[in-house]
Design a protein around this ligand. Structure first.
Ligand code: PA5
Length: 442
């Protein structure tokens, strides 16, 4: 079977990367035996196998929502949103909205934009819609605010009894306001296990239900992840283990070459949100204790016409990790033109992807020449199975990489700071002292 491939050939020597072998082996052991920091958040390690008994229930719930709804609103933020958005955007048609596919999947609770919510409410007016409300803590402000607004609208449009059948909550088994509400109202629920952090939860109901609602094959996605769990496992030798090599190479570039910024690059516009998901995974896992590679992303060739100058020629603190899709799902051949006024007849008869691939190769060589090391991840095609492989590959490498860096990859203490200030500024009960203090600073 062909799997996704990883290469660091244009970024580091084998000698430099292999020097991390022992360290990587130790980190793998910490992940598998649970002996490292954050070891109460390792539920994702075996999730591709552990989730299989729940797939039928997730699919059945998705089928019900798909039958009943014109629009399904997925409410969540951060890890409770980005995984599903990444997979759905990668697999759906680029013009799905105009094609009128039902049900349409939309997102809320990932911002506090009043205009966004106004426009969403207007869109949903008199439409039959359903809600998947996702929050592990059950107390995050952005999704809670969106849920209250949309639940109210749904109840007004459908009546309370019918609305109840159109709402599914995914949250903690016992704790949090969302759990209390779901129990009280009798909503269908799925549980986010205690030992799975938000950014590692895409292969739990958090990601799988919205993906199944969009009509994609969650069994193939999970199978791909399970396959990668094997390929990246502790028993695979370092030289054959893509997650081990990626973790080692990026730590070499950061720690020994002064490359502080990693750009995740794609040449496939549908991968934009895979990069957004990846940025959360690596940013929240590694950016702490004054350390960590800054994860950024670009969509090529689009961004070669905006960020290309800096990448080629600006400060040399960058390296790139390119996600390349070997074969597109569709074929477009470039036509011959008698007049050839655009001078493009040299491309006649070629597939558009051939042009894209030469752009990819040319960019890689140019950037390497410009002092930007390049690593490459190759997907045979863009489908559920290989996205599953990619997800697990990145998760596993993230756990190893964070441990090499010497941080706890599974906490996110820095995310709380803005919340405390926001609550103090909004006079939330319990924040009286903080309110006084923060207002004195203004
Ligand atoms: O990875 C994380 O833990 C966070 O990004 C959370 O996913 C995000 O803050 C949303 O939290 P919750 O699911 O509790 O609403």
């Amino acid at each position: 079977m062909q799997d996704i491939q990883f290469s660091y050939a244009k970024a580091a020597t084998a000698e430099a990367v292999n020097a991390y072998k022992t360290q990587v082996a130790n980190c793998q052991e910490m992940l598998v035996k649970g002996t490292g920091a954050g070891n109460d958040f390792l539920g994702w390690v075996n999730l591709p196998e552990d989730i299989k008994p729940q797939l039928a229930d997730i699919q059945a719930t998705a089928n019900l929502l798909r039958e009943k709804c014109e629009v399904i609103v997925c409410i969540g933020i951060g890890g409770s949103y980005l995984g599903a958005k990444a997979v759905n955007e990668a697999l759906m048609s680029s013009f799905e909205w105009l094609e009128g596919k039902k049900p349409a999947i939309v997102y809320a609770g990932q911002n506090i934009g009043e205009d966004y919510l106004f426009e969403l409410q207007a869109l949903l007016k008199n439409k039959r819609f359903g809600i998947i409300s996702i929050s592990k803590s059950g107390t995050t402000t952005e999704p809670a605010l969106a849920f209250r607004l949309l639940k109210t609208q749904l109840e007004q449009q459908q009546g309370k009894a019918e609305a109840k059948e159109l709402i599914v909550c995914i949250t903690d088994a016992k704790r949090g306001a969302l759990r209390t509400l779901a129990t009280q109202e009798g909503y269908k629920t799925f549980v986010i296990e205690d030992n799975i952090g938000g950014r590692f939860s895409v292969l739990s109901p958090v990601g799988l239900l919205p993906i199944a609602c969009a009509g994609f094959d969650i069994t193939a996605l999970v199978d791909g992840a399970a396959r990668m769990a094997e390929v990246c496992g502790i028993d695979t030798p370092f030289e054959e283990n893509p997650a081990a090599q990626y973790a080692a190479a990026r730590n070499f570039l950061y720690g020994e070459q002064g490359k502080k910024v990693e750009l995740l690059v794609n040449f496939h516009p549908k991968l934009h949100y895979v990069s957004e998901w990846w940025k959360q995974l690596y940013g929240e896992s590694e950016g702490k204790d004054g350390k960590g590679i800054f994860p950024a992303s670009v969509d090529f060739t689009t961004d070669l016409h905006s960020m290309g100058q800096y990448i080629q020629d600006g400060e040399r603190h960058l390296f790139e990790t390119v996600i390349s899709v070997e074969t597109p799902n569709h074929e477009v051949d470039f036509p011959h033109d008698e007049a050839n006024l655009d001078g493009l007849n040299f491309l006649a008869g070629k597939r558009v992807d051939e042009v894209n691939k030469m752009a990819e190769l040319g960019t890689m060589l140019a950037h390497v020449d410009g002092g930007v090391p390049n690593m490459k991840i190759t997907l045979p095609v863009l489908n559920e199975f290989y996205l599953g492989e990619l997800i697990y590959f990145f998760e596993r490498a993230c756990g190893i990489s964070g441990y090499i860096l010497g941080v706890n990859p599974f906490n996110q203490p820095g995310v709380e700071a803005y919340k405390k200030n926001m609550f103090a500024l909004l006079d939330k009960p319990g924040y009286e002292e903080a309110s006084k203090a923060i207002k004195a600073r203004l």
